[in-house]
Design a binder for this molecule. Structure first.
Ligand code: UDP
Length: 369
């Protein structure tokens, strides 16, 4: 029996883990022990995903959240180590670039437990982002590195990967594709009543802009967040703008009583509603990594409010446009009046929707050669 301990803690990790968890359950000789660090803990950011995506209840819940980066990562490291000593897994699986990712990888590596990193090799080349620090260090600590894109493979190559782990072993790098694509296809098929979703949000399909803003680089300075919202308010004069509010953004807005025009703020939505909202939006404005890709999966134009992105291939093919706050409204209006024809982009940039199975097979071959 192979024992895998999966460490998750934040919303996008629940979605990625759902895709792999399903494959683990299909393979009788694998037991997955799920650890939820608690980074995202409330019903709308956590519980709804476990329920809708049918992720098993976590075996351990560390209950660590709402702390500074150092305190959060430190406590997660300490508690994850205890769990790993207790569970003694054959491998630890981590996703993406959060504090939970780094803490899980570090705890495992120090206990000489091999680490598998899903979403390895991504870089923004901006070390002001907490996520960038987490990615670089997690890749260093990992034994199996699963790259979602060709760019991620190149990034690792340029940094001199694979590194030697001991006298007779080295890191193994696999270009597998993106598990978020697996999830997007699979769960899109689970949406039962699309009309009810649009009725719930009072929206007309194809006639609204969906926006999400939560990254530290856009929220740490209230002035930047306010200028993004001012741009969205200009857009909202012409077409409905709906914005599910991430708790971090919500917290800042509670202190900033600036007018935000007709933007419709709603609570974070569950994944099935989110897919439906993405799929039928006229356009998506975001700073989320996951949402940039999902816009492409559903062939919806995307404007990313950031200085750079890890998903450069989308910018290269013109599916995603980076825009500073001061150019956000004009960029949105430009695309809305001259919508690109997405049918020409048939490149399987993110794999074939069977990425989770490929990852699990690679893990099996590593642990049972
Ligand atoms: N998402 C969701 N409900 C929301 C906002 C986002 O289900 O209200 C999903 C979204 O579809 C994507 C993931 O959460 O799959 C992205 O998470 P987030 O933007 O928090 O993190 P990032 O991808 O930037 O790491």
């Amino acid at each position: 029996m192979i024992r895998i301990t999966t460490i998750i803690g934040a919303r996008p990790q629940f979605i990625k883990a759902a895709a792999l968890s399903r494959v683990f359950r299909q393979r009788n000789h694998i037991t997955e022990i799920l650890v939820h660090t608690g980074q995202h803990f409330d019903a709308g950011m956590s519980e709804v995903f476990f329920r809708q995506l049918e992720i098993p209840k976590p075996d351990y819940n560390l209950g660590i959240s709402a702390l500074s980066h150092g305190a959060m990562t430190g406590r997660m490291l300490e508690k994850t180590e205890q769990v790993l000593l207790d569970v003694q897994p054959d491998m630890v699986l981590v996703y993406g670039d959060t504090n939970s990712t780094l803490a899980g990888a570090l705890a495992a590596a120090k206990l000489h437990i091999p680490v598998a990193h899903v979403e390895a090799g991504l870089r923004s080349y901006n070390r002001m982002m907490p996520e960038e620090i987490n990615r670089i260090l997690t890749d260093q600590l990992s034994t199996l590195l699963f790259c979602p894109t060709e760019t991620a493979m190149k990034n690792l190559e340029e940094e001199g990967y694979p590194h030697t782990l001991s006298n007779n072993s080295a890191q193994k790098i696999h270009r597998v594709g993106d598990v978020m694509y697996d999830a997007a296809i699979f769960y899109a098929g689970k949406i039962k009543d699309k009309a009810a979703i649009f009725a719930r949000y009072g929206l007309e399909q194809g006639h609204y802009v969906l926006a999400t803003i939560h990254r530290a680089e856009n929220t740490d300075q209230a002035t930047r967040l306010i200028s993004i919202l001012a741009a969205l308010a200009v857009v909202a004069e012409e077409i409905p703008v709906i914005l599910p509010l991430h708790p971090r953004t919500k917290k800042i807005l509670e202190h900033e009583k600036r007018p935000t025009g007709k933007i419709r703020f709603i609570e974070p939505v569950g994944y099935l509603d989110m897919i439906a909202l993405e799929k039928h939006a006229a356009l998506i404005v975001t700073d989320s990594g996951g949402v940039q890709k999902e816009a492409f999966f559903h062939r919806v134009p995307c404007v990313t409010c950031r200085e750079e992105t890890e998903w450069v291939e989308l910018v290269e093919i013109g599916a995603n446009i980076l825009a500073r706050p001061e150019h956000l409204a004009e960029t949105v209006f430009g695309i809305l009046s001259d919508r690109p024809d997405y049918r020409i982009w048939n490149d399987p940039l993110y794999g074939d929707g069977n990425v989770a199975a490929k990852i699990v097979t690679a893990i099996e071959s590593y642990l049972c050669p």
